[in-house]
Design a binder for this molecule. Sequence first.
Ligand SMILES: Nc1ncnc2c1ncn2[C@@H]1O[C@H](COP(=O)(O)OP(=O)(O)O)[C@@H](O)[C@H]1O
Ligand SMILES: Cc1cn([C@H]2C[C@H](O)[C@@H](COP(=O)(O)OP(=O)(O)O)O2)c(=O)[nH]c1=O
Length: 197
Amino acid sequence: MLITLEGIDGSGKSTLYEGLKNRLADLNPLFTREPGSPYLGDAVRRAIAADSDPMVEAALFVADHAVHLADVVRPALTKGRLVISDRYSDSRFAYQEVSLAGAHPDPHGWLEAVHAGWSIRPDLTILLVLPIPVAMSRLAGRSEQEHFERQEFLEHVQKNYLARAVHDPGRFVLVDADRDAETILDFVEKSIRAAVQ
Ligand SMILES: Nc1ncnc2c1ncn2[C@@H]1O[C@H](COP(=O)(O)OP(=O)(O)O)[C@@H](O)[C@H]1O
Ligand SMILES: Cc1cn([C@H]2C[C@H](O)[C@@H](COP(=O)(O)OP(=O)(O)O)O2)c(=O)[nH]c1=O
């Protein structure tokens, strides 16, 4: 089973991901993330840090996904393992539909085409939803701000996430991320345990 964690920057995804490692240890999940695939992850992070051309960035995110699927996700699923990924394809649809606007005539169509026929659909997607001002104040504490972390940008990204959830309600679990980390962890742990039963 493939479970993905999604949400805007500052939504508390990394905090949740780390918390789930303890909570779900008995299920022996494979914890993994995008971007960050073997041998390509570093290149993608360098491209983000360098504020690269949006199409270059998008192509690298897709390439990172391909390596992640081939070398990490698919082999683990084939062995019957539970896989939990911090970010996955929905990040592309949410972020690159915004970043590619103006750089490509049909970002959504391109993203659909580039994933169709080979990417694996998650069984469950946990979406952390947070008011943008709260996310911005959480991000303000970070030493380095990435170019994705601007307020209007994140507003669009969260709208895209919510639109995807509306179109695929059976896959998404929406989480009010404006609560304390322990309450969020309790809720998400219960949702995942219910899904794997
Ligand atoms: N539920 C929460 N309530 C308040 N602050 C939180 C919560 N979850 C995370 N944070 C804090 O917000 C910041 C961003 O959290 P992080 O987990 O890194 O978010 P993301 O990975 O989604 O960007 C960190 O300083 C973290 O300690
Ligand atoms: C996987 C992925 C991430 N991103 C963005 C989201 C983040 O702003 C940035 C780096 O991801 P990440 O390091 O996971 O950030 P965070 O800790 O906030 O989750 O890359 C995309 O734009 N497209 C993608 O396909």
